[in-house]
Design a protein around this ligand. Structure first.
Ligand code: M6R
Length: 615
């Protein structure tokens, strides 16, 4: 839930670290800090606020010159965001420093023990406890840094990706991971360390992703040594070639990453089905499904686990799988699933959906499902992420890096993958006729062009945003396939504009929420022509009778709803099952413009972070 960057080599460390932290700011942005080492020792600069605040503080107060350093952008867990709680943390002796992403769950007893041994603490963080524990171990047993880190980590419970430095070993950084990601970029006589590869893609395309329970001693002019934290087994480093490019992680002329990512949807949906969907030949093929086709065909039930937007994609998939494949599907919040005692029967398949592939609750739910004997299939965006490695098989979405905290292209590409899976299973099972199947394949391949048409609602979305921006509350209603879209629309609005919004199945309105409707309540209704159109029109009448402000997402050419609604956003016609891929687009644009008009930080909404690697 925090971003970490480290550098050791021949370049100036500070600019690499600051730029890297800016790229990782999606992971947390309530405070930040940097340490650069040179012959004067460790120079540390920390502040509450964003990386830009850190940069202006560092540049006005210090001359951070040196070829080794580390930096951190924080999402607070232990201790409020302030200068003192920011990382890096320095040990009592002043010899060691650390940056940490994760949580040390047993920090309290460790802290009590260290206090008894004379250690003092200035921050409220678990991380300061860890660095002093490492120092204590190092001193007591007279150990080298790497060994001391290893011994200390074997005493902690929790999750971490850490970088540790010892002033007495100025050519070395020690890194370790458990439950939080850590990549090491390998250059010519230089190493980069980061939570993901974005901070170093312009310097090297070779990277190693540490596995859980692995640590590495990163030494200048020496090959990397990776070993297990639990024992001293050495692991052969597996160097991957990165597929990222700089353009993918820059705003490319857009005001915000969120807007750029909304506009990328036609191309990334295409990327997601490219080579997998050959509509003309009636072919859908995905290696992860083909290799496990029998298991899927025999499965009595599918359980989908996910959080947030990914959970909404799971709900869309529930409707699609049940209709196309005639298999019972349950969709669970991963955070609930992991803490009850879910029934998993022989043959049940669990599908875990996650953009980041690092969400702690989803990861824990996967582990539980595996313990209970389920075959777990992952739908992830980030290649090599923890979830993609923990699952038995999977299919990647090809959305590219999603940097805006609000998920947009992740959602539509997840639905694309899940739809392809459902179609492939329906084909194998014969639950859709050949002509139905052909129709869906064709229509799915038309979706990118239709999403482009949906993006034409941008100007209209701005007009509606101006009318909605001061509303304190908002309702989103949809039925069938578009009920999850209503939930997703409401989530988008609340997370980036801080307007309270709720999504409901349209017909549920009369069981309670209707009491909220008056002339001040904007109600966004998703009412495409296919599906339960007439029923939704009746719901719209009910809202109108109570003077609610109606904003409707309709199929192009619709006249009936247009007459009733205050505003409409038009999307092209498509099959009911595929309509979420279109109806969601104007809602993303609407939330975006409302947030911009309210002067909210669209890409980094308050209190949130992109990947939630804590419970
Ligand atoms: O990376 P994941 O898909 O596992 O993340 C799950 C949620 O944290 C995420 O979808 C969150 O709800 C987004 N901020 C929504 O826009």
């Amino acid at each position: 839930m925090c971003g970490i960057v480290g550098y050791i080599g021949h370049r100036e460390a500070y600019p690499i670290i600051i730029k890297g932290l800016q790229r990782l700011e999606y992971r947390g942005y309530d405070s930040a800090g940097v340490m650069v080492y040179n012959e004067d020792g460790m120079l540390v600069c920390k502040t509450k606020g964003k990386v830009a605040d850190l940069a202006s503080k560092c540049e006005s107060e210090l001359n951070l010159v040196g070829n080794l350093g580390m930096g951190h952008t924080r999402w607070a867990t232990h201790g409020v965001p302030n200068d003192v709680n920011s990382h890096p943390h320095v040990s009592n002796s002043g010899n060691l420093s650390i940056i940490h992403n994760g949580i040390i769950e047993n920090y309290e007893p460790l802290k009590i023990e260290l206090i008894k041994r004379g250690y003092t603490f200035t921050s409220d963080t678990d991380t300061e406890v860890l660095i002093n524990l490492i120092e204590d171990v190092q001193k007591t047993d007279n150990l080298k840094l790497g060994k001391a880190v290893q011994v200390a980590l074997n005493q902690v419970v929790g999750a971490y990706a850490i970088v540790v430095f010892d002033v007495r070993k100025p050519n070395e950084l020690v890194v370790a991971r458990l439950g939080s990601p850590l990549a090491i970029g390998i250059g010519e006589n230089e190493y980069f360390i980061a939570s993901d590869a974005t901070p170093f893609i312009e310097y090297t395309s070779n990277a190693i992703y540490l596995e859980d329970e692995e640590m590495a001693i990163v030494r200048l002019h020496k090959p990397l040594k990776i070993r297990k934290i639990k024992d001293d087994t050495y692991v052969d480093p597996y160097i991957q070639e990165l597929q990222l490019n700089l353009e993918q992680i820059e705003k490319s002329g857009y005001d915000h990453f969120m807007l750029k990512e909304i506009y990328e949807q036609p191309s990334v949906i295409k990327d997601t089905y490219r080579g997998r969907l050959l509509a003309d030949q009636g072919i859908i093929r995905m290696a992860g499904i083909e290799d496990n086709l029998e298991k899927f065909l025999q499965a009595p039930r599918i359980i989908i686990i996910a959080c947030g937007t990914s959970w909404h994609a799971g709900l869309v998939a529930e409707y699609i799988f049940e209709e196309f494949v005639r298999i019972p599907v349950e969709v669970e919040y991963a955070s609930e699933f992991r803490y009850r005692n879910p029934v998993i029967n022989k043959g049940d398949i669990v599908i875990a959906i996650s953009q980041s592939g690092e969400t702690a609750d989803t990861l824990a739910a996967i582990k539980l499902a595996k313990q209970k004997g389920a075959f777990v299939f992952g739908v992830c965006n980030v290649v090599g992420s923890s979830i993609s490695r923990e699952t038995d098989a999977g299919a990647y979405t090809h959305a590219g890096p999603e940097i805006g905290v609000a998920s947009t292209k992740a959602f539509t590409t997840q639905i694309t993958v899940l739809t392809m899976i459902a179609l492939r299973l329906a084909q194998a099972k014969g639950t859709l006729s050949k002509s139905e199947l052909q129709l869906y394949l064709q229509e799915l391949s038309n979706i990118p062009t239709k999403v482009e048409e949906c993006l034409e609602t941008n100007e209209q979305a701005k007009i509606i945003a101006a009318a909605m921006k001061d509303a304190p509350n908002c309702l989103y209603l949809g039925r069938g396939y578009n009920f999850p879209v209503a939930l997703e629309g409401a989530l988008k609005l609340k997370e980036i504009s801080y307007i309270h919004a709720e999504g409901y199945p349209a017909a549920e309105m009369k069981h309670g929420p209707i009491a909220l409707i008056d002339e001040h309540m904007p109600v966004v209704v998703i009412a495409p022509k296919q599906g339960h159109y007439d029923k939704v029109v009746s719901n719209i009448q009910e809202i109108k009778a109570r003077k609610g402000q109606i904003i409707a997402v309709v199929t192009k050419g619709d006249t009936q709803v247009r007459e009733l609604a205050d505003y409409v956003l038009e999307v092209p016609d498509t099959a009911d099952a595929l309509s979420p891929l279109l109806t969601t687009i104007p809602l993303q644009l609407l939330s975006y413009h409302i947030a911009v008009m309210r002067e909210c930080n669209v890409d980094q909404p308050r209190n949130l972070a992109k990947s939630v690697t804590v419970e």
